[in-house]
Design a protein around this ligand. Structure first.
Ligand code: ADP
Ligand code: MG
Ligand code: ZN
Length: 477
């Protein structure tokens, strides 16, 4: 982006709470079931049905509030009235002027703080699927509706317009996802819609303080889309302003395949939701004792866990290690690293293997038990396995879902080469390259690579690179 302009970004994040049942009825809250099996008169909005508030949902919402340093306050539910076929009642029960959590903040890994305006409770709508023709909303032949999601508990987290860069917007969404997972409030799966991000974007001339007119981009379902959509939208607004036009406040849709935002509705068409207090629910005012119980039941947040890993590494991690720490905590692999470090494995080695090899497989849901991990790291740090070999054994352990590292290493042909064998091979290699050896002895260090490579070839990769180098240096004298 040109240095003449600055972006202003505020994010609204909806997250589905990981409760057993829905917000106001006993229907199962579960993703991916056959359509319209988890429904009842309450979540279908049939006349005469009455909502009953889910206690577990309130606790999870309080955990989110607490993790975001919000004040948890007496609150009220309100009816937000609008017609849409995915919402059979014709209104959504939400919180309006009296939300449960207000005035908090979220600190990014680089210590930049983003204000959190509010985090309130509401119910999700059903899900519409447009089919036939192109499948696009305006050109579909049929609209199918699934009410399984209708009434699923949501918390909407609204940020202050504090963010100024795409990198911080992505970092905020990623850190928030980590916090939602750490509180147990949500699984944070963007691709399944359990975390959905709307981005409010405006631009202003660099160095000015007044906010420009914003547009809201709806339902971004990956960090990548979030970044691309903001980038596109800011450039679009700058082009409008630079050509003498003005930005209209509107809601826009992100078209992932076309890579652009498109107008959905302007402010003039905005609904008047006619909010009023929900008459079927009493005000929600969690007392201090309940708040304290909820707080006491919470584990450490991602920032605490990163600090813990940094401490296990001796306190001043390198930039590369900081990246690894972030990745490991994001994936929930930090327990594996701390367990390995406590069992005596070198912490930086445990971190590197977890952030790379284990992380690559954990995306596919594969995991490793700490004892096997410790045993493997001991073989690597003790010199029985080279780094390359250890990585291969680790991948095999993950793929098989277990096994004994020593046995797997043997099976893969990674048996440590006896010192005698190594010494004999080195003799042979030196004997068959007399000229190079003379130059190496004479100080031509770059030949180290060539000799190591020859020894590796002669041992079919079984020799340990470090030991080979040590042996060659010893011979050189
Ligand atoms: P609404 O009720 O229309 O959604 P809010 O005042 O609640 O409006 O703001 C919604 C979001 O827009 C918040 O995340 C806020 O930080 C953000 N926001 C407000 N003004 C701006 C602006 N000028 N530029 C970018 N984001 C903004
Ligand atoms: Mg909004
Ligand atoms: Zn129901």
């Amino acid at each position: 982006m040109s240095a003449d302009w600055e972006m202003v970004i505020g994010l609204e994040v909806h997250c589905e709470l990981a409760t057993a049942t829905k917000l106001f009825c006993g229907c199962r809250n579960s993703f991916g079931d056959e359509p319209n099996v988890n429904v009842c008169p309450v979540c279908l909005g049939l006349p005469g049905s009455l909502p009953v508030l889910n206690e577990q949902a309130v606790e999870l919402a309080m955990r989110i509030g607490d993790a975001l340093h919000c004040e948890i306050r007496p609150s009220e539910f309100a009816r937000k009235n609008y017609f849409y076929p995915d919402q059979a009642k014709d209104y959504q029960i939400s919180q309006y002027d009296l939300p449960l959590n207000t005035g908090g903040w979220l600190e990014l890994p680089d210590e930049f703080r983003v204000g959190v305006t509010r985090a309130h409770m509401e119910e999700d709508t059903g899900k519409l699927t447009h089919v036939g023709a192109s499948g696009r909303i305006n050109a579909a032949l049929h609209a199918l509706v699934d009410y399984n999601r209708s009434g699923v508990p949501l918390v909407e987290i609204v940020s202050e317009p504090d963010i100024r860069t795409v990198a911080h917007a992505r970092s905020y969404a990623s850190e928030l996802r980590g916090i939602l997972k750490a509180t147990g409030a949500s699984d944070g799966r963007m691709e399944e819609g359990s975390m959905r991000v709307d981005a409010n974007v405006s631009v202003r001339p660099a160095g000015t303080t007044a906010f420009g007119t914003r547009c809201e981009i709806k339902n971004l379902n990956s960090l990548r889309s979030l970044g691309r959509a903001i980038e596109y939208e800011a450039a679009r607004q700058i082009a409008v302003l630079e050509s003498g036009g003005s930005v209209d406040q509107e809601t826009r849709h992100w078209d992932e395949s076309a890579g652009r935002t498109e107008s959905m509705r302007s402010k003039e068409e905005a609904n008047d939701y006619r909010y009023f207090p929900e008459p079927d629910l009493v005000p929600l005012a969690p007392d201090a004792a309940w708040q304290e119980r909820v707080r006491a039941g919470m584990g450490p947040m991602p920032s605490d866990r990163r600090a813990q890993l940094a401490a296990a590494l001796g306190g001043s991690p390198t930039d590369a290690e900081l990246d690894q720490i972030r990745a490991v905590v994001d994936l929930g692999l930090d327990g594996l690293v701390t367990a390995a470090a406590e069992a005596g494995s070198p912490a930086s080695l445990a971190l590197a293997r977890a952030a790379n090899e284990v992380a690559a497989q954990s995306e596919a849901g594969l995991s490793l038990n700490a004892t096997k991990f410790v045993a493997l790291l001991a073989m690597e740090s003790g010199g029985q396995l080279s780094a390359t070999q250890a990585k291969a054994v680790l991948a095999a352990l993950l793929e098989r879902g277990g096994g004994d590292p020593a046995a797997v290493a043997k099976e893969m042909g990674f048996e440590a080469l006896g010192a005698d064998t190594l010494s004999a091979v080195v003799d042979e290699v030196i004997a068959s390259h007399p000229d190079e050896w003379e130059r190496f002895v004479g100080g031509e260090d770059k030949l180290m690579g060539m000799f190591t490579g020859e020894v590796m070839k002669a041992t079919s990769g079984k020799a340990n690179g470090k030991e080979v180098a040590a042996e060659l240096r010893r011979r050189r004298g």
